[in-house]
Design a protein. Structure first.
Length: 278
């Protein structure tokens, strides 16, 4: 994961999430990537709630001294056709993805501005420029994607949010970019959204002929946070082996267009057998 790579390269980290046990376990695991690393994990934090998030940010600054880099990656998703997608289900994804990302950016920007100004004054010492934020996006807004109306709209909002931050905060030294992962092998997202028995045929549509790895996304993050990416601002960096060029807007070949939408066929569950959240 990107955070592990950053910690390995010398950063300390503060991660938040709703599940206390999961976040604390993840923090302990990431801390093993470098001797002496400080990695703090705080659960019961809801990015949709500014007060909850502000508490975490205050603790981060208190414990680690500053916020130099931010990764805004909160997301909620499931498979559902628009005709079965309830208003509440749609709103839930918008709230987590868009509102959560906005709250994260809004509340950390004062710290990123301060960090960027400090790093600018210290550039002669050879320190890496800081004051950068990355959002986690998806290729759906660029291609359209069946059964992903909610996620497509939410990720389009995140692209717009990042672009506006780049324009307004760039003069203050803060960069804002979006990393768009493709199908990443062995991740929860891949398991949740993969159509059963369709992985091999989906891989055949990827120009590079393989799924991505967690390292691919980590490398993209390190690039954007390094001096090599210091002049990259307002960009959408797609890391999917070229899949967005050939996906055709469907999750799998078994869902033939437009036949699937002209039938009453139920949405196929993901590998773990989870029902679509409608």
């Amino acid at each position: 994961m990107p955070t592990r790579a950053l910690v390995h390269l010398g950063a300390n980290a503060f991660i938040v999430g709703r599940n206390v046990e999961k976040v604390e376990r993840m923090a302990k695991d990431i801390a093993t990537s470098r001797n002496g690393a400080r990695v703090i994990g705080i659960g019961s934090i809801d990015v949709r709630n500014p007060a909850s998030l502000q508490t975490a940010i205050n603790k981060c600054v208190s414990d680690l001294g500053a916020i130099d880099f931010v990764i805004a990656g909160a997301a909620g998703n499931f498979i559902a056709p628009i005709r079965a997608l309830s208003t509440n289900a749609f709103k839930s994804v918008i709230d987590i993805d868009v509102l959560g990302s906005y709250n994260t950016a809004k509340l950390t920007l004062p710290h990123l501005i301060k960090s960027a100004a400090k790093s600018k004054s210290q550039r002669r010492s050879g320190l890496c420029a800081t004051g950068r934020i990355i959002f986690v996006g998806a290729s759906f807004p660029m291609t359209g994607m069946a059964l992903q109306t909610h996620a497509s709209v939410a990720k389009a909002g995140i692209n717009a949010l990042s672009g506006n931050i780049a324009i307004e905060m760039g003069p203050l030294g803060v960069t804002s970019n979006v990393v768009v992962p493709g199908g990443i092998e062995g991740t929860e997202g891949m398991d949740r959204l993969s159509v059963a028995d369709e992985t091999e045929s989906s891989i055949s549509l990827i120009p590079l002929g393989k799924l991505g790895t967690v390292k691919d996304i980590a490398d993209a993050t390190v690039y954007l946070f390094s001096d090599a990416g210091s002049y990259v601002n307002g960009d959408i960096l797609t890391v999917d082996g070229g899949a967005w060029r050939t996906s055709g807007g469907m999750l799998g070949r078994a869902m033939k267009y437009p036949d699937f939408f002209l039938s009453d066929e139920d949405v196929k569950a993901a590998r773990k057998g989870a029902k679509a959240k409608l």
